[in-house]
Design a protein around this ligand. Structure first.
Ligand SMILES: *[C@@H]1O[C@H](CO)[C@@H](O)[C@H](O)[C@H]1NC(C)=O
Ligand SMILES: *[C@@H]1O[C@H](CO)[C@@H](O)[C@H](O)[C@H]1NC(C)=O
Length: 399
């Protein structure tokens, strides 16, 4: 072996220890899977502290409303490890997976991987109950403590004191078909139910394992490369996934990944009046903003209102649509028509095009823009715990 080769091997070993990659699975969505009214209710329940659902809002809250989100991949829990596919959600802060003792009648639970604390030698059943009560539906379960590992190997793991919610009841018929088993919240501990710290905290506390306390999302939008959905990297960024410099914007508060949005403009015309809060939320596919502003944007791009807050546009118009500029971190981030229009297959083999913008008035903390996949798909997004900031750069669409 040459010295060069040994050094190369050492370098590979070193970089493998400092960076974990989780590959996303990928799928396309149909027109029927998009219901803006439902998504709006879900986002209100998730993000608006002033939201009080009425009985008419009785709908099956839970995983089903995450059905348009794309970022899911593997984690392992316990010893020997039990594998789960979870949705990585920067807009919430709890880890939960279905529980092995969920009732037989809970079809959604029966159809997914279930955690069994008794089958893990490192698991402790704390006996504490857990409930995420959004609106009229709720997810109920118990809190177990165990080892949680990211990805497909055992490189990045917590110790066995990590709390997680084992879900016994989880309403939502759509969840039956969900491609993932549970949710992995990657927001801040302040919005964690039961004050359970999120698994990243333990990883970040180990500076030998994780020198950079951050994680980054890359979504592959290359339609010719369907096998590769994208990637989360833990503890480092991957320069192969973006071009230019990363622009940094400090966190406004440690609850959501909340940053200042300097403005939104089209053709040099401003659609906002000064600074406003925005959150970067991988748990939703849309881009939402105050309804009065979004209405003007829909008009400007020539989209036609349908029911439920949805706006349609002729797919043939996509190449002629205006750029929409978001000012963040002192830089301009430009969304093109192909970025902000959702192209959805409908039942008869045709494609429907919907605007990816949705009007949503969030009162507290508000007003608030939610930058979901429409935005994150175009811009590589770095969630930097250590320096309490979010970084954005233009994404490369193929590795
Ligand atoms: C939540 O946990 C943190 C850290 O463990 C602790 O400092 C804080 O007091 C807890 N808050 C509540 C409301 O229990
Ligand atoms: C939109 O922005 C892209 C770069 O992000 C640029 O190449 C294109 O020319 C712009 N289109 C218009 C209509 O300004």
């Amino acid at each position: 072996m040459t010295t060069k080769f040994v050094l190369l091997v050492l370098a590979l070993v070193a970089s493998a220890a400092c960076l974990e990659r989780i590959h996303f699975q990928r799928r396309t969505f149909t027109r029927e899977e998009y219901n803006f009214e439902k998504i709006a209710k879900h986002l209100r329940a998730k993000h608006d502290r002033a939201y009080v659902p009425t009985s008419e809002d009785a709908y099956n809250e839970g995983l089903s409303d995450y059905s348009n989100a794309q970022y899911y991949g593997p984690i392992h829990i316990g010893t020997p490890s039990q594998k789960f596919i979870v949705l990585f959600d920067t807009g919430s802060s709890n880890l939960w997976v279905p529980c092995s003792n969920c009732p037989l009648g809970n079809i959604a639970c029966q159809m997914h991987n279930k955690f069994n604390c008794k089958k893990s030698t490192t698991c402790t059943a704390t006996g504490a109950t857990f409930e995420i009560a959004y609106g009229t539906g709720s997810m109920k379960g118990v809190v177990d403590n165990d080892i949680v590992c990211f990805g497909n190997d055992n490189t990045m793991c917590t110790d066995k004191t990590q709390g997680l919610a084992c879900a016994e009841s989880e309403p939502g018929i759509t969840f039956v078909g969900a491609k993932f088993d549970g949710i992995f919240g990657m927001g801040w501990d302040r919005i964690s139910v039961n004050n359970i710290s999120q698994p990243m905290d333990q990883i970040f506390a180990n500076s030998a394992l994780c020198p950079n306390q951050l994680f980054a999302f890359w979504l592959n939008r290359d339609g010719n490369d369907m096998a590769n959905g994208g990637e989360i990297t833990l503890c480092d960024t991957d320069p192969n996934h973006y071009t230019g410099d990363i622009a940094w914007e400090p966190l406004l508060s440690e609850d959501y990944w909340r940053i200042n949005l300097g403005g939104v403009s089209i053709d040099g015309e401003s659609y906002t009046t000064g600074n406003t809060d925005s959150i970067v939320d991988t748990g939703t596919s849309l881009l939402t903003g105050p309804s009065s502003i979004i209405k003007k944007i829909q008009k400007k791009i020539g989209a036609t209102p349908l029911l439920n807050g949805e706006y349609e546009i002729a797919c043939s118009k996509i190449p002629t649509l205006p750029n929409i500029t978001f000012s963040l971190g002192g830089k301009d981030f430009v969304l093109r028509g192909q970025d902000y229009i959702l192209q959805l297959a409908n039942g008869n083999g045709q494609t429907t095009c919907l605007s990816g913008f949705m009007g949503l008035d969030i009162q507290a903390p508000g007003p608030l823009w939610i930058l979901g996949d429409v935005f994150i798909g175009r811009f590589y997004s770095v969630f930097d715990h250590g320096n309490r900031r979010v970084g954005l750069a233009t994404s490369k669409n193929s590795a």
